[in-house]
Ligand binder design. Structure first.
Ligand code: PBG
Length: 359
């Protein structure tokens, strides 16, 4: 029996159940055990900056972050995105310019989203070897070869109707016919030189379809980071304006997950691993930290979390309104995501984080 010894098992030590430890309880002899205070004083270790620094359990570093950017066709384009303060629509040359600065500041990884100049029913412009994403990959990789370039793989930016898959005449999103289109897009990214592809569409079987397409074209070394646990979230609002990818009718609840579900998150993660995903992702991050923790405890595989546009926009808006210290709150939000179990965080805060570190 460890009762009363003050020793917690490591698994217990992270949970809420630790509170029951060494409570004032009668022993068999009818005596009361002493309460821990004044012997136990956690504040001792919070007293000085050096103690706090030495004993901090979770730390952020530039190696934790991946920065989402939005690329558009053209040359010399750097247009502010109204819904996402500080973010821009960038032509491939401007994206390469940004990449150079980001890397010089200590940044390690980007993820690219594309806005094409034409859309169609099946999202075929997404696989155009001369599309903005494919061009930006080539320009960024030649300007900054050691910056990791990942790409978002999805149809919603490229379909005329804004859904993440092809539509049946009655408006349903068809699963299996979409897989081939996603695989084609992912392959075009790999051919342009992408270091990693990240499907965000939530069709069943897409990881396997993409893995097969990559492998049969000789890209077996390109990892798949799967948006495995992606919820139908209201927090994507500012992104959809930025990516011009809002569905023209209906919503995404027929393929993205219901916000109330967590057992289903485990199932999605398991399936994606079985299909060959190298990295799993939970998205959004902040409102779903319990889900992130759950997946962290279920698997030892690499895990990413996406702090999405709405989470970023809320921090900015609250900071701009003078309601909180933007920088401190932003850093705390990232730390919370890492503490919950993320190995990697996709965040619009990445460049600011790098700047803050140097100050
Ligand atoms: C594309 C996609 C979305 C986001 C990432 N990939 C939007 C959506 O699913 O509607 C959201 C990212 C963000 O809000 O920052 N499917």
């Amino acid at each position: 029996m460890t009762c009363g010894t003050g020793v917690l098992s490591p698994r217990r030590a992270t949970g809420a159940a630790g509170g029951a430890l060494r409570s004032r309880r009668p022993t068999a002899a009818g005596r009361e055990e002493p309460l821990p205070y004044p012997l136990d004083r956690p504040r001792r270790l919070r007293e000085t900056p050096v103690l706090r620094d030495l004993l901090r359990e979770t730390r952020l570093s530039p190696d934790d972050l991946m920065y989402p950017i939005f690329v558009v066709p053209g040359k010399g384009v750097k247009r502010p995105i109204a819904s996402l303060a500080g973010q821009h629509h960038l032509s491939p040359d401007a994206a390469a310019e940004l990449a150079r600065g980001f890397r010089a500041d200590g940044g390690r990884a980007l993820i690219l989203f594309g806005l094409p100049d034409r859309k169609d029913e099946t999202g075929s412009p997404g696989a155009d070897p001369d599309g903005p994403v494919q061009r930006a990959i080539r320009e960024i990789k030649s300007a900054v070869p050691d910056l990791l370039v990942a790409t978002d793989v999805c149809l919603c930016e490229y379909t005329s109707h804004g859904h993440c898959g092809v539509l049946a005449p009655d408006g349903r999103v068809l699963n299996d016919p979409t897989l081939e289109l996603l695989a084609r897009q992912a392959l075009s990214h790999a051919e342009a030189g992408a270091d990693m592809v990240a499907p965000s569409d939530m069709m069943d079987g897409r990881v396997q379809a993409i893995r097969k397409a990559l492998d049969s074209a000789g890209f077996e070394r390109v990892p798949v980071m799967s948006y495995s646990v992606k919820y139908a979230s209201a927090f994507y609002g500012p992104f959809r304006e930025a990516a011009q990818s809002a569905p023209s009718s209906g919503d995404r609840r027929g393929y993205q997950m219901d916000p109330g579900n967590i057992r289903e998150a485990a199932r999605e993660a398991e399936l994606d691993l079985a299909e060959g995903a190298d990295i799993l992702m939970v998205k959004p991050a902040g409102p779903y930290l319990d889900v992130l923790r759950e997946i962290r405890l279920l698997t030892g595989r690499p895990l990413a979390a996406y702090q999405v546009s709405g989470e970023f926009a809320m921090l900015r808006a609250a900071g701009d309104a003078g309601l909180l210290d933007y920088r401190a709150a932003a850093l705390e939000s990232l730390l919370g995501i890492k503490r919950a179990g993320a190995d990697l965080i996709l965040t619009y805060l990445a460049p600011e984080y790098l700047r803050w570190r140097r100050q």
